[in-house]
Design a protein around this ligand. Structure first.
Ligand code: ZN
Length: 88
C-alpha cells in the first residue's frame, strides 16, 4: 500500500517546521502569492509552499489565514480583525 502523497508532505512539513501548514503552489491565488512573497511567509519547494508558521485561526468565526497581521491576540484568544472590531 502506498501512502497518500499529502500525508508524506504532512510528515515532512511537521519534521521540518513543527506544523502541517503547507499548500500546493497551484492552489494559491495571485493575491495570496503576492502576500507570501511580500511578507516572506515561508519557502517554496518545487510545487509546494511551506509556511514558516502554523495557520492562524480566529477563535470566534473560525476564519483561517497565513497572514498574522489579520489577527489580534487579546486575553489569550485569537481574533480576526472583524471579530475584534465587533466585540470591543
Ligand atoms: Zn473572526
Amino acid at each position: 500500500m502506498t501512502r497518500d502523497v499529502s500525508e508524506s508532505i504532512d510528515d515532512y512539513c511537521e519534521s521540518q517546521y513543527g506544523h502541517t501548514n503547507w499548500a500546493y503552489l497551484s492552489t494559491l491565488s495571485k493575491k495570496e502569492l503576492k502576500e507570501f512573497n511580500k511578507k516572506n511567509l515561508g519557502v517554496i519547494e518545487g510545487d509546494i509552499v511551506f509556511y514558516w508558521e502554523k495557520l492562524s485561526s480566529c477563535d470566534f468565526c473560525g476564519i483561517e489565514d497565513n497572514v498574522k497581521e489579520y489577527f489580534i491576540t487579546h486575553d489569550g484568544e485569537l481574533y480576526c480583525l472583524d471579530c475584534f472590531r465587533e466585540r470591543r
